[in-house]
Design a protein around this ligand. Structure first.
Ligand code: XMP
Length: 535
C-alpha cells in the first residue's frame, strides 16, 4: 500500500470566522505554509481546540479570541524578500506563549535581532536533529532524533536572551526558546508524522508551556453544538438536503437531535448513486433515526436532462440545475403549511478556510455535494460542522450512532456516476454497467479490509468498446477502469498499490459477472498531474 502517513500540502488559509467552542484555544497564524492546516489539526488531535487565522488578521482580532497560545506557521517566503510577511510585534506582548515553526521561527529570530541567512544547501525531508540543551520545549525527547525539514533560509544565531536548543547538519540553530518572554521556535515540522517526537513536542508546548488541559474532543462537543442549534432555530422549521455523504448525514443528525421533527430531510435520488446507496440512506434516517424524510425518485428527470450531454461541465451544470429544481419543489411542498426558514449545510472547517470564511449566512458552498444551491434561496443557514475537520465529523457521527458504513463512506461527487461515464452520454445502460462494476470493486475492497485506507476507490467507464474473446467468441465490450487513491484532502493524491491478487479477483469478477465488460484496466496516475475523477 502507499504510505498513508505522507502529509499532503494544505491550502493557504484566508479570512475565516469560526466561533470558538472551547475556552482553551490555540491560534495558528498562517504564513502560507503547506502544513498550516495540519498544525491546527494536530493541535486538536492533542486535545486542544485550535483554529487557523491569516497572519495579517490583526492584533485586535487575535487578542479578542483570548488564545492560550499562538503558533506562527511555516511559509514559502524568505524574511529578506521584498513584501515578505512580517511579524506583528504586539503578538509578543499579549502575555501568551508564541511558538514559531519554520518560517515562523525565522521571523521571530530575524525580528528579535538574531541571524537568519540563506544556507548553502536547502534542507528538505528527513534530518538528524542533535539536541544540545532540551530546555523546556524539548525536555524528555532524545538528544539524537529524526525530524522533518523543509527550508532554504536557516538560523545561524539566536537573538539575545534566547537559548539555542538543537541543531542539524544544515541548521546551526534548529530550536530556540526564551522562557522569560515565552517565545519558542523550531525549524523542523512537528506536525508531520515524519517527525517522530513532533507530537510530544507539540504537547509540551500546549500543556507545559500554555497550560492547556487537553480535554477537547470533537465527539465531546455534541451537547454544546445541540444547544447552539436550538438557540439558532428556536421553534422554526428547518430542511436539509441529504446526499448520503458523511457531512450532510452528521449535520442532519445533529439538527434532529436538537430540534426533532422541526427538521425535514430531502433526499433526491438522481439515479446516479452507487448500488443500494439510496436505500441505505433512507433506511438509516427514516427507519433507524426516525427523521422525517422525503425521498424523491427523480432518476427519469435526470436521465432526461443528461440526454446527448457528453461534456463534463455541461453534465455538472445539467445535474446541478435539475437538483435545485427538484429540491425547491420539495421544499415548497414542505413549507406549504409553515415556511421553512432554515437550511442545514454540512459545511466543514476546511471549506470555511478555503472559501475565505464569511459570516455563515452568506456563503453557500459552491461545490456543495448536491451540485450547488442558488444564492437567492431564502434560507438562513445552519452549519453545525463549520468548525470541524473531516475526521472530527466522522467522530461526531460515530458518537451519534450513525452506522459505520455511513460514517466511513468515501467522498462521492455530487454529480455521481454521470461524471464517471467519461467521454460520452451517461445513459441508463452505461450507468447500470458502471454501478455493477463499482459494486464489485467496493465489495472486494471491503473484503480485503482496505476500504478505510483509501481516500476513494471507484470505477470509470470510458465511452469506448474494445475487442475481446470469450468462449471462442469475439466480443466487443466496455472497458472498466479501476481508480483507487490515497490522499489526505483530495488536493494531492497517490494511486494506491492494491495487491495483485485483489486486482485479479476484481477483474475476473467483473468480466465473468458483467456480460457487457470484456476488459479491466488500472489507473496509475497520481494527482498532480492527473485529477482523481476522470471528468
Ligand atoms: P478531482 O477530480 O478534482 O477531485 O481531483 C477532487 C475531489 O472532489 C471530488 N469531486 C467532486 N465533488 N462535485 C462534487 O461534489 C463535483 O463536481 C466533483 N468533482 C470532483 C472528487 O470525487 C474528489 O474527491
Amino acid at each position: 500500500m502507499t504510505d498513508l502517513s505522507a502529509a499532503a500540502p494544505e491550502p493557504v488559509a484566508e479570512e475565516r470566522t469560526g466561533t470558538p467552542v472551547d475556552a482553551q484555544e490555540i491560534l495558528v497564524l498562517d504564513y502560507g505554509g503547506q502544513y498550516s492546516q495540519l498544525i491546527a489539526r494536530r493541535v486538536r488531535d492533542c486535545g486542544v481546540f485550535s483554529e487557523l487565522m491569516p497572519h495579517h488578521v490583526g492584533l485586535e482580532r487575535v487578542a479578542e479570541r483570548k488564545p492560550r497560545g499562538i503558533i506562527l506557521s511555516g511559509g514559502p517566503a524568505s524574511v529578506y524578500a521584498p513584501g515578505a510577511p512580517r511579524l506583528e510585534r504586539g503578538l509578543l506582548e499579549l502575555g501568551v506563549p508564541v511558538l514559531g515553526i519554520c518560517y515562523g521561527m525565522q521571523l521571530l529570530v530575524h525580528e528579535l535581532g538574531g541571524r537568519v541567512e540563506q544556507a548553502e544547501v536547502g534542507e528538505f525531508g528527513r534530518s538528524q536533529l542533535t539536541v544540545s540543551d532540551p530546555g523546556v520545549l524539548l525536555a524528555g525527547t532524545p538528544s539524537e532524533q529524526v525530524c522533518w525539514m523543509s527550508h532554504r533560509d536557516t538560523v545561524y544565531q539566536a537573538p539575545a536572551g534566547f537559548t539555542a536548543l538543537a541543531s542539524s547538519s544544515a541548521s546551526p540553530v534548529a530550536a530556540v526558546e526564551d522562557t522569560e518572554r515565552g517565545i519558542y521556535g523550531i525549524q523542523f515540522h512537528p506536525e508531520v508524522v515524519h517527525t517522530p517526537y513532533g507530537e510530544e513536542i507539540l504537547i509540551r508546548f500546549l500543556a507545559e508551556i500554555c497550560g492547556c488541559d487537553r480535554t477537547w474532543s470533537a465527539a465531546g462537543i455534541v451537547d454544546e453544538q445541540i444547544a447552539r442549534i436550538r438557540e439558532q432555530i428556536g421553534n422554526g422549521r428547518v430542511i436539509c438536503g441529504l446526499s448520503g455523504g458523511v457531512d450532510s448525514s452528521v449535520a442532519a443528525l445533529l439538527v434532529h437531535r436538537a430540534v426533532g421533527d422541526q427538521l425535514t430531510c430531502v433526499f433526491v435520488d438522481h439515479g446516479l448513486m452507487r448500488k443500494a446507496e439510496g436505500e441505505q440512506v433512507i433506511s438509516a434516517f427514516r427507519d433507524t433515526f426516525k427523521v422525517p424524510l422525503v425521498a424523491v425518485d427523480a432518476e427519469q428527470r435526470f436521465l432526461e436532462k443528461l440526454k446527448g450531454v457528453s461534456d463534463p461541465e455541461a453534465k455538472r451544470k445539467a445535474i446541478g440545475a435539475e437538483f435545485i429544481r427538484v429540491f425547491e419543489e420539495e421544499a415548497a411542498k414542505i413549507s406549504a403549511e409553515e415556511p421553512a426558514r432554515y437550511l442545514v449545510q454540512g459545511t466543514l472547517y476546511s471549506d470555511v478556510i478555503e472559501s475565505g470564511g464569511g459570516t455563515g449566512a452568506a456563503t453557500i458552498k459552491s461545490h456543495h455535494n448536491v451540485g450547488g444551491l442558488p444564492d437567492d434561496l431564502q434560507f438562513e443557514l445552519v452549519e453545525p460542522l463549520r468548525t470541524l475537520f473531516k475526521d472530527e465529523v466522522r467522530a461526531v457521527g460515530a458518537e451519534l450512532g450513525l452506522p459505520e458504513r455511513l460514517v466511513w463512506r468515501q467522498p462521492f461527487p455530487g454529480p455521481g456516476l454521470a461524471i464517471r461515464v467519461v467521454g460520452g452520454e451517461a445513459t441508463k445502460e452505461r450507468l447500470d454497467v458502471l454501478r455493477e462494476a463499482d459494486h464489485i470493486l467496493q465489495e472486494e475492497i471491503r473484503k480485503a479490509g482496505l476500504y478505510r485506507e483509501l481516500w476513494q476507490s471507484f470505477c470509470v467507464l470510458p465511452d469506448v468498446r474494445t475487442v475481446g474473446v470469450q468462449g471462442d467468441e469475439r466480443t466487443y465490450g466496455y472497458v472498466i477502469v479501476i481508480r483507487a487513491v490515497t490522499s489526505d484532502d483530495a488536493m494531492t493524491a497517490d494511486w494506491a498499490r492494491l495487491p495483485y491478487e485483489l486486482l485479479e479477483t476484481i477483474a475476473s469478477r467483473m468480466i465473468n459477472e458483467l456480460r457487457e465488460v470484456n476488459r479491466v484496466v488500472l489507473d496509475i496516475t497520481s494527482k498532480p498531474p492527473g485529477t482523481i475523477e476522470w471528468e
